[in-house]
Ligand binder design. Structure first.
Ligand SMILES: Cc1ncc(COP(=O)(O)O)c(C=O)c1O
Length: 387
């Protein structure tokens, strides 16, 4: 069995969330649009979940729509807002998840104009450059809150100020920040945002989109009856009940989880001290985002990942390597990594359930790989018979 360090990709389901899923599947199976008793019972549960999630975030329940997850929420928000807006211009960033980038590229193919705001060397959206890109016809700015590859936190409040000057809407993909960092201070700055259940120990295939009721919006499919017409398809009541349970728990335990994550990150980086000249840390190490990006100098990230997997540790090379190859910039090149460094990238993502032993274990694993490779390559470079 592997020790899992890929929580930014997905999490195992929380036990309480699983119980909620099973109970809702057994007892609240009706279609929420049916007018008979089982349907009404499911509708009551659905509206309880909507209200609970809205209260957790301090937003109007009327703007909270359940979806199949972060990808769908981002697409619905970006298409829906662009189509409802008066202009033709969208701004997004090099740091975004593929669901935002692909939605932006789809909008560009449909005739909208898309600008990509650059990042600073620290992986933060360059607000001065954003100001320069803003136009009279800018409808929407879509900037994620926390980056999924290197864990940087974007300056949403400052971005809001820029949007306000031009009357543009602001959408944020909060999939990697919800339940990991405090959202109360940025939520009032957003016209819409996306959440995903499986990043907060809920089930896969569910999530939410919030769109302020003050904002006009066009649904992707017309004449839908579920979710006030914003999202068609029978509602996944068990998934939503389990997501809401997991979400409530992650907010309730936020402070405790944050201090545990900070301590684990500190422990991990300390433990890598012996190989500090062979690696490059590409993340902010002191915040509570449970993600650390590393370049393994001279080694291919994919190979390190597979070698670690063989030794019992599961992590990823991040999503950064899959995007950015076709003209739109990627987070890794944006923060100044050259092609070889970007290829050597790995992402370790933590859980509050990790123990000190888990952390020391993965650090030892990485040290072992680096040191064994160093010995191997020195033998290859200087074979004895050359002397
Ligand atoms: C920042 C970010 N946005 C969106 C998504 C997509 O979420 P989902 O898997 O729920 O579609 C992910 C998942 O990796 C993500 O990290």
């Amino acid at each position: 069995m592997s020790t899992y360090f890929d929580y930014a990709a997905t999490c195992p389901i929380d036990e309480e969330a699983l119980e909620a899923y099973v109970k809702a599947s057994r007892e609240f199976y009706g279609n929420t649009r049916s007018l008979h008793d089982p349907g009404t019972k499911a509708e009551v549960l659905l509206s309880h979940c909507r209200k609970t999630l809205a209260n957790l975030l301090g937003v109007h329940k009327e703007g909270m729509y359940f979806t199949s997850g972060g990808t769908e929420s981002n697409l619905l928000a970006m298409e829906g807002l662009m189509k409802a807006g008066k202009g033709n211009h969208l701004i997004t960033s090099a740091a975004e998840h593929s669901s935002v980038r692909n939605s932006a590229e789809k909008l560009a193919a449909d005739g909208y104009e898309v600008s990509w705001v650059p990042l600073t060397k620290e992986g933060i959206v360059d607000v001065n450059e954003l100001e320069k890109l803003m136009r009279e016809d800018t409808v929407l700015v879509s900037i994620q809150h926390v980056n999924s590859d290197i864990g940087t936190i974007q300056p949403i409040r400052r971005i809001r100020e820029v949007c306000d000057k031009w009357g543009a809407w602001l959408h944020s993909d909060c999939v990697q920040s919800f339940g990991k960092v405090e959202l109360n201070s940025i939520i009032p700055c957003l016209d819409s945002f996306s959440l995903s259940s499986h990043k907060v120990y809920g089930p896969k295939g569910t999530g939410a989109l919030y769109i302020s009721p003050a904002v006009s919006f066009q649904p992707l499919l017309p004449n839908g009856t579920h979710e006030s017409g914003v999202r068609a398809g029978t509602v996944n009541t068990p998934g939503i009940a389990a997501f809401t349970t997991a979400a409530a728990k992650s907010i309730r335990e936020l402070e405790k989880r944050q201090s545990k994550i900070k301590a684990l990150k500190h422990e991990f980086l300390n433990a890598l001290n012996d190989i500090k000249f062979q690696i490059k840390i590409v993340s902010e190490s002191v915040n509570s985002v449970p993600i650390i990006g590393l370049c393994m100098n001279g080694l291919e990230g994919q190979w390190v990942m597979l070698e670690a997997n063989r030794r019992g540790y599961a992590f990823s090379t991040g999503s950064a390597c899959q995007v950015g190859s076709e003209g739109s910039p990627s987070i890794l090149t944006s923060v100044g990594l050259n092609e070889d460094e970007a290829k050597s990238f790995i992402r370790i993502s933590f859980s509050h359930d990790h123990t000190r032993e888990d952390i020391l274990g993965i650090a030892e694993c990485l040290k072992g790989i680096v040191n064994e490779y160093a010995v191997l390559s020195s033998q290859i470079k200087k074979p004895a018979f050359y002397k």
